[in-house]
Design a protein around this ligand. Structure first.
Ligand code: NAD
Ligand code: GLY
Length: 360
């Protein structure tokens, strides 16, 4: 078993990565000392993986909330459903909330844990590749608003992250590829050696070779943990984890939540960010081609929806947490392996990217 640490002083916590961790009753029991446990999952994940978690905690008062599956349910209403369940069962302040699922369940569950009685213990059991390499680590929690993605939320760290790589066997190929988008992100923003490894080992990763998966998850979590430890609340460095996300969130919101998977929108957005970085003179044509080729090889889309106009893109990108004084700020690439901090760019190159990159 790999054990990594997110170093945040008295809120530090371990990330456990291994095949078969859901069967490790001792691990679950050790990290859930409270008597009352609320497990939040969804209608897809619960039938597959809820039982071993419930069994491991059989001596406790365990309750469950099973939400409908989908990004369109990452809402305040779903959060309220969790509050209702916690209150109906008189769960107290020392209860623990476990999020068992992908990033959607992790984000909603973490937000509910942050708010209930001003904060109860929270454990992440991520079940998608995307959640294991990104969303379960670092304490960003929250829900979407009709006008903007992830616009309501809190920073709230889990007590631990338990990433059982065995559960990825039931993930479909489209979802697996979506997770690879965030894996590629780490290579692009701060780990060129990892980018090169991905170029050379993508087939093995796509074939879900155990060693390749374990390496990709570990390397991603190391990068994420370092960034979060350096800048937990995103005053600077952490924003680099948002490479491609301003374009990507606009695509997710513009197309309607759930139409593009988050990782798919990030893949397209990162290609747009690479194109803009080239227009600003930081990347060359060959760099952009390499980046686009890697996303394409991972089975990800690389061009924006044709019906999302430049004007609409700009409107949607104006609702982003990195923006200051109403100005759009973006994470771009200085080179493969090095991202900028948020930068305001001139209207002209941004519009050129939106008008020209990937347009028919
Ligand atoms: P998701 O949670 O919707 O999961 C994808 C699909 O896979 C769902 O249908 C889910 O039910 C299913 N699933 C989950 N585990 C499975 C398994 N083991 N086997 C079979 N099916 C399984 O999507 P996601 O890609 O995991 O997460 C995307 C969300 O994460 C977005 O809302 C995004 O904004 C958020 N996110 C948050 C952070 C953060 O730092 N908090 C970072 C990145 C992304
Ligand atoms: N996924 C972006 C972050 O955690 O900051």
């Amino acid at each position: 078993m790999k054990i990594l640490h997110v170093d945040l002083g008295d809120r530090s916590y371990p990330i456990y990565i291994d095949h078969g961790l859901l069967q490790n009753e001792d691990l679950l029991q050790r990290h859930i000392p409270s008597g009352q446990v609320m497990i939040v999952s969804n209608t897809t994940v619960a039938p597959l993986y809820l039982q071993p978690v419930v069994d491991a905690l059989e001596e406790k008062q365990v309750a469950t909330v099973i939400l409908p599956d989908g990004e369109q349910y990452k809402t305040l209403e779903s959060t309220s459903t969790i509050f209702d369940a916690l209150l109906e069962r008189r769960f107290s302040r020392n209860a623990t909330l476990i999020a068992l699922g992908g990033g959607v369940i992790g984000d909603i569950g973490g937000f509910a844990a942050a708010c209930y009685q001003r904060g109860i213990a929270f454990v992440q059991i991520p079940t998608t590749l995307l959640a294991q390499v990104d969303s379960s680590v670092g304490g960003k929690t929250g829900v979407n608003h009709a006008l903007g993605k992830n616009m309501i939320g809190a920073f709230y760290q889990p007590r631990c992250v338990i990433a059982d790589t065995g559960v990825l066997e039931t993930l479909d190929d489209r979802q697996f590829s979506a997770g690879i988008a965030e894996v590629i992100k780490y290579g692009l923003i701060r780990d060129k050696a990892f980018f090169l490894w991905l170029e050379n080992n993508l087939e093995a990763l796509l074939a879900r070779d155990k060693e390749a998966m374990a390496y990709a998850i570990e390397r991603s979590c190391i990068n994420k943990a370092e960034v979060v430890a350096a800048d937990e609340q995103e005053s600077g460095l952490r924003a680099t984890l948002n490479l491609g996300h301003t374009f990507g969130h606009a695509i997710e919101t513009g197309a309607g939540y759930g139409c593009y998977l988050h990782g798919e929108a990030v893949a397209i957005g990162t290609c747009q960010a690479a194109d803009l970085s080239r227009r600003l003179g930081w990347l060359d044509d060959a760099d952009v081609a390499r980046i686009v080729a890697l996303f394409r090889k991972a089975g990800l889309p690389v061009t924006p929806p044709q019906d999302l106009s430049t004007q609409r893109f700009l409107e949607l990108m104006a609702v982003d947490k990195k923006n200051i004084d109403g100005k759009i700020r973006l994470i771009l690439l200085e080179s493969i392996g090095s991202a900028t901090l948020p930068v305001s760019v001139e209207k002209q190159p941004l519009e050129e990217t939106l008008n020209q990159y990937g347009r028919n």
